[in-house]
Write a protein that binds this ligand. Structure first.
Ligand SMILES: O=C(O)C1=C[C@@H](OP(=O)(O)O)[C@@H](O)[C@H](O)C1
Ligand SMILES: C=C(OP(=O)(O)O)C(=O)O
Length: 452
């Protein structure tokens, strides 16, 4: 992995800790015993924003996530002429029906993989306009080619402006013809979601074939679900190996968005680690978000889980059980959460099938291997994952790699080990700007030291 420098331009007006150099996290005085609500789902927020933007009529989305990813998505839509009004966590979006009001613009999407993969097809599908999509330094290194090639095969007019296969790109709105495309799902499920969203806007029916496997199927199902909510029907087989979308219009809707199961994962980890209790009062086990399955893993490790009606509660245990191999392919955003809990288990935990997370906000396999090793934990890194051995992490000063999930995971170790110092903790704002405030409310000791 090349040297990572935090890209502060990608932080937004909804980011709050950018003047903080280091967050020191230390264990609570007593085990956690808390009930809380978590903010809206990033994945659902950005899907709903994009679909509402191309819909006919005014949509109202309640419970949106307010973080960098959604901020830049909203700013992008505004730069394209979409009226978006945000009041608290409610967003009203005046949809353009697929004809973007501002026909020439350069937009900046920040570091969001969702916007990067969901927007280009909706622009290419427009009958006129020419737009440039700019992104954060890291997003410019994350793969785009499978999506762009598939869109080009459907008739899209898209050019790479710097490096082939990567953002920034220019998209000319000349419409999508439709037809049949094959796209790999092995690097990112977001390519398929982006294709699906755009397919409804094509002139003719689109058939999408997946020749290999999809990492994180659930996100494609989530896309299909939300398209259905906006009135667009998708045909698909059980394995999601063939999907078909006929030309259809998105219709404005009023939607209550779900809370973010990925964010909830850190709070479950905190309960698991401190032998405490955490109840999330605005999430249900029935969600389609795959990261909810982290509670199943913690249950297997000896925690108790209550899957309630509209809530989920997790109680820790005095000794977490390890000694297993696990595929995290379908909930890979929680790889880091499991990796930071693993040292406290009674046997090694081998995580498999997550090679694709090397293309996320940082090379997450390399990053967590480096960080756990720095804390004195034995880790074996493999191309598709890592094995973490039991051990007592040593206090350390740790760089979060400008990755919200690295920072949030490292803080979980701080709930067990005094003096975990996280450099540039502000990166949590990609999905959870209030994360450290929430930790304080739970009784975890957090000291923020400002930059000089
Ligand atoms: O579609 C989505 O909302 C997401 C899909 C997943 O990405 P990949 O399929 O690229 O791994 C996931 O990791 C990301 O946090 C959100
Ligand atoms: C991979 C992630 O984000 P993105 O939506 O940018 O792909 C993530 O949130 O862990």
């Amino acid at each position: 992995m090349g040297k990572v420098v935090s890209d502060l331009r990608a932080r937004s007006a909804w980011s709050i800790l950018n003047d903080v150099e280091v967050a020191e996290v230390s264990p609570p005085s007593k085990p956690l015993d808390a009930e809380l609500v978590v903010p809206g789902s990033k994945s659902i927020t950005n899907r709903a924003l994009v679909m509402a933007a191309v819909a006919h009529g005014e949509s109202e989305l309640s419970g949106i996530l307010k973080s960098d990813d959604s901020f830049w998505c909203i700013e992008t839509l505004k730069s394209l002429g979409i009226r978006v009004n945000v009041n608290g966590d409610i967003a009203k979006i005046a949809g353009c029906g697929g004809s973007w009001p501002i026909e020439q613009a350069e937009v900046y999407i920040g570091a969001a993989g969702t916007t990067a993969r969901f927007l280009p097809g909706t622009l290419a599908a427009a009958k006129k306009g020419s737009w440039i999509i700019q992104a954060s330094e890291r997003m410019k290194e994350r793969p785009m080619r499978p999506l762009i090639t598939a869109l080009q095969e459907l008739g899209a007019n898209i050019q790479y402006l710097e490096n082939d296969g990567f953002l920034p790109i220019r998209v000319d709105g000349t419409g999508l013809d439709g037809g049949e495309v094959s796209v790999s799902g092995s690097t990112s499920s977001q390519f398929i979601s982006g294709l699906l969203i755009a397919s409804a806007l094509a002139r003719k029916s689109v058939t999408i074939r997946i020749p290999d496997h999809i990492v994180q199927h659930a996100y494609v199902r989530m896309t299909i679900d939300l398209m259905e909510q906006f009135g667009v029907h998708v045909e698909y087989d059980n394995q999601l190996s063939v999907m078909q979308v006929n030309p259809q219009a998105y219709q404005a809707r009023q939607i209550q968005l779900e809370a973010d199961a990925s964010t909830a994962g850190y709070f479950f980890a905190l309960a698991a680690l401190t032998n405490g209790r955490v109840r999330i009062n605005n999430l249900s086990y029935q969600t389609k978000q795959p990261d909810i399955q982290l509670v199943d893993i913690f249950e297997r490790m000896g925690c108790q889980v209550i899957r309630g009606d509209g809530f989920i509660e997790l109680k820790g245990t005095s000794q977490l059980k390890g000694g297993f191999d696990i595929s995290m392919k379908e909930l890979s955003d929680q790889t880091l959460t499991l990796a930071v809990v693993a040292p406290f288990a009674d046997g090694p935990i081998a995580i498999h099938d997550v090679a694709h997370i090397r293309h996320h906000e940082c090379d997450r396999i390399a990053a967590i291997t480096q960080l756990l090793t720095q804390m004195g934990i034995r880790v074996e890194e493999r191309e598709d994952g890592l094995t973490v051995y039991p051990g007592q992490p040593k206090p350390a000063e740790l760089f979060a790699y400008d990755d919200h999930r690295v920072a949030m995971s490292l803080a979980c170790i701080g709930a067990k080990v005094p003096g975990i110092r996280i450099l540039d903790p502000g990166c949590v704002s990609k999905t959870c700007p209030q994360y450290f405030e929430e930790l304080t409310k739970l009784g975890i000791h957090v000291t923020l030291k400002k930059k000089r």
